[in-house]
Design a protein around this ligand. Structure first.
Ligand code: AMP
Ligand code: MG
Length: 391
């Protein structure tokens, strides 16, 4: 059994070699940039009015101004501003030559045909200057960025319509267990529905990986071997659930070794998820996750997700927020790190979710995050600060 920190270290230092492709930027949500995006323009591209109003010379604002033209957004001004003149200007339109200030329409009064007057004492320029947001040639977003909606706006602005991204990681999912039936069937006698495969596929897809579930392996060496051989043909990452404990029919570790998988660890001092296996075979990564759905959910978040991000070329830093405990928490044993699902209440306190054990999957539906209770620690006091990792 290895320490949990060691398991994480093994994961985040895994060797990888991501290949790249160009895709349309509208399809790039959750992909990882494989090049720097350089701006080929200045933003704003011209001195731009920040408001609807009247562009004029600051030194004239106490005088009555003559309106000489109207400049809508998207139109080049035709006239330059002279003494006691102004042009009516819309937000986003180029500021005409000669003007250094825009009076907001709310701060102006029309006092006759094409005549306006400033009605306040103080004025700001109300101009966004050329290049003030982005200078041409600068890196707007760097290689290794996880593309989110706000990055898509940047890609659009930079005209990077076909960015180079790392190829999606392909994850093959296998469930194991004679007791499993698919969700569209009603379990009878000793059966239960297969929930892990679908949960894991959704966890993969949420983070931008491509997931393919290939079915249930029976609890025989032969069945597990066949499914794995199929998975090795096409997966970058292979996730198995179940069959990793010490039961008479838990064949996953044995078959993995036979098939040439170099096992990096197979038991971690963590709860839930002790019997988690991680191995490598050529450039493929294999996880044997515990069958219990809470364990497989949690170990996906803690180990599989960082691994997938790493081989996607993304330097993943999980978001942790420090919050006070809303109630006291106690546990009897402390020989393993505990990963506790918590809910965050409206007061911003972390409340451990009551769950009966790692099979109690509907407890997870209320969780906002996970907290870690270190080895050797049996309690957390109310008010004590804990680090909540978002899930
Ligand atoms: P195992 O790791 O195979 O010993 O399974 C541990 C527990 O998880 C058992 O109660 C299994 O029935 C349950 N389990 C295993 N695989 C799944 C699955 N795909 N979906 C839901 N529960 C599962
Ligand atoms: Mg099983």
């Amino acid at each position: 059994m290895i320490r949990f920190e060691e398991a994480i270290e093994i994961i985040v230092t895994s060797e990888f070699n991501a290949s790249t492709e160009r895709i349309n930027f509208t399809q790039s949500l959750n992909r990882i940039l494989a090049e720097d995006i350089i701006s080929d323009i200045e933003m704003p591209p011209f001195d731009k009015s920040a408001v609807d109003g009247y562009a004029c010379r600051k030194e004239d604002i106490l005088n009555v101004l003559e309106v000489i033209e109207t400049i809508p957004a998207g139109k080049v001004p035709g006239k330059s501003i002279g003494v006691n003149q102004c042009s009516k200007i819309m937000t986003g339109a180029p500021v005409p030559e000669g003007a250094d200030t825009v009076i907001m329409v709310e701060d102006a009064e029309e006092i006759g045909l094409n005549k306006v007057r400033f009605t306040k004492e103080k004025i700001r320029s109300n101009i966004c200057y050329r290049g003030e947001d982005i200078r041409s040639g600068i890196v707007m977003i760097g290689k290794g960025t996880l593309i989110q909606p706000q990055h898509i706006a940047v890609l659009a602005t930079a005209g990077a319509v076909n960015p180079l991204v790392n190829k999606k990681v392909k994850v093959i999912i296998i469930s194991t267990g004679d007791e499993l039936v698919e969700p569209d069937r009603k379990p009878v006698h000793s059966q239960i529905r297969n929930s892990n495969a679908y949960q894991l596929a959704a966890q993969c897809e949420r983070m931008g990986a491509y997931a393919e579930y290939i079915g249930i392996a029976l609890d025989t060496e032969d069945s597990v071997r066949k499914m794995l051989n199929h998975a090795f043909e096409c997966g970058d990452v292979i996730l198995l659930t179940g069959g990793v404990s010490m039961g008479d029919f838990d064949f996953v570790p044995k078959v993995l070794s036979e098939l040439g998988v170099e096992i990096k660890f197979k038991s971690i001092a963590v709860q839930p998820g002790r019997p988690t296996i991680f191995g490598v075979r050529a450039n493929q990564f294999i996880f044997g996750l515990p069958g219990n759905p809470v364990s497989s959910f949690v170990q996906f978040e803690m180990l599989v997700k960082p691994l997938i991000y790493r081989i996607s070329g993304y330097n993943y830093q999980p978001v942790n927020i420090v919050l006070p405990m809303g109630i006291e928490y106690n546990r009897k044993r402390s020989d393993r790190i505990s990963l506790l699902p918590v809910r965050i209440n409206l007061q911003g306190e972390a409340l451990p979710i009551e769950y009966h054990g790692s099979a109690h999957i509907n407890a997870m539906t209320e969780a906002h995050g996970l907290i870690q209770v270190p080895v050797g620690q049996t309690s957390l006091k109310k008010g004590e600060l804990v680090s909540v990792r978002q899930i």
